[in-house]
Design a protein around this ligand. Sequence first.
Ligand SMILES: [Zn+2]
Length: 377
Amino acid sequence: MAQEAPGAGALLSILRDGQARTKAELVQLTGLARSTVSQRLDALLSKRWVVPAQDAIASGGRPATAFSFNRAARVVLTADLGATHDRLAVTDLGTNVLAERTADVSIDRGPEATLGWLVEAFTELLTETGYGLADVCGVGVGLPGPVEHASGRPVNPPIMPGWDGFPVPEWLGARLGVPVLVDNDVNIMALGEHWAAHPETDHLIYVKIGTGIGCGIISDRRLHRGAQGAAGDIGHIRVPNGEHVSCRCGNTGCLEAIAGGAALAAALDGATGSRDVVTLVRGGNLQAIQLVRQAGREIGTVLASIVNFFNPATVVLGGAIAEAGEHVLAGVREVVYSRSLPLATQHLRIQAGELGDRAGVIGAAVMVVEHVLARVD
Ligand SMILES: [Zn+2]
C-alpha cells in the first residue's frame, strides 16, 4: 500500500525552527513533488500559517521567494499549576511569552473551582495581548501529579483531592472551544528545557527538585511517557540508609522523603517549604547549605543508576531547590561522575535549567504547538 504523502503539517514542522526556506529547499527536504509542495504552501499561505520571508534568497542568479513560519498566526494558552503556586502564559507559536501571570491558588480546592478560575484568568490574560479567543489554537496544562496523557485525566494524584479521573480536557475544551492537552508538570518542564536550551540533544533527563522530586525523559528528541504516563517518577525510588524515613506514598526510604524540599524544610528551623530552604541557602545558612548538598548526593545516587540505564547526553536540574545555587549541582555531580560507568559519563553534561520558573509554561506551549502543527492540512 502506498504511504500517504506527509501533509502541510510536515512543512510546518520543518519551518518551525524559524529558518526561511525556498520551495526548492522544501522539495528537497520533504522528498515531495514540486506540485505537491506548491499546493501545500498555498493552503498554508491562505491560512497565514506561513508568510513570504522578508529576504529573498538568490538561487542560480534569480531571486527565489523564501517562506517562513508565521509565529504570530495563532496563540497558545498555557498553565503550569502547582500545589499552591501557578504560572499562566499566552505564547505565540514560537513559544515566545506574550503575557504572563503568577498566582497562588491551591489546587486542593478541587477541579471545578481551580479550572473555573483558570478560564477567567486566561480570558483576562488574552485581552492583554490583543488576541481573541478565535486566535487560540490550543491550551496546554501541567498538573502536579500523574496524568494519563491520552485522556488528559489525573490518576490518583496524591496532593490533588477530587481530581482523580476528572476530565480536564473536556471541561476546559467545552468552555474555551479549542483542543486541550494535559500532562504532569515535570514532563512539560522537560519539553520546555529541551526545546529552549537543548534542541540538538537526542537524549536528556530533566529532574525537578521541588517539594517533591520527579523527572522527565526525552528519548530520541521525544518525551517518553511510558505505558501509563508514569515514566520518570523517581521520587519514590528507595535510597540506601533511608529505612527509617516514611514517605507520603506509604513506603519508607523514598528519595523524595529524604531529599525533597518538604523533607529539607522539616529539618530546618524557620522553614516551612522549598522556598524557605532556598532563602536560607542564599542567606548563607550553613546547615541549609549542607542539607541541600547532601540532598544533591542522595539524588545523585539514584541518577547514577539512571545514567547507566538510559545513557543521556545531558541531565538538567530544575525546580525550586535546584535553583538554590551550585550546592545541589555539586552534590549530584560528585556522585554521578564517581558511580556511573565511564562510557556513560564520558560526555555527560549535568547542568542547571535555563528557563527557571518558566520551563513549565514554555513546555506546555511546545506540547500544544507540536500537536496542532502535526494536524494542519
Ligand atoms: Zn514514596
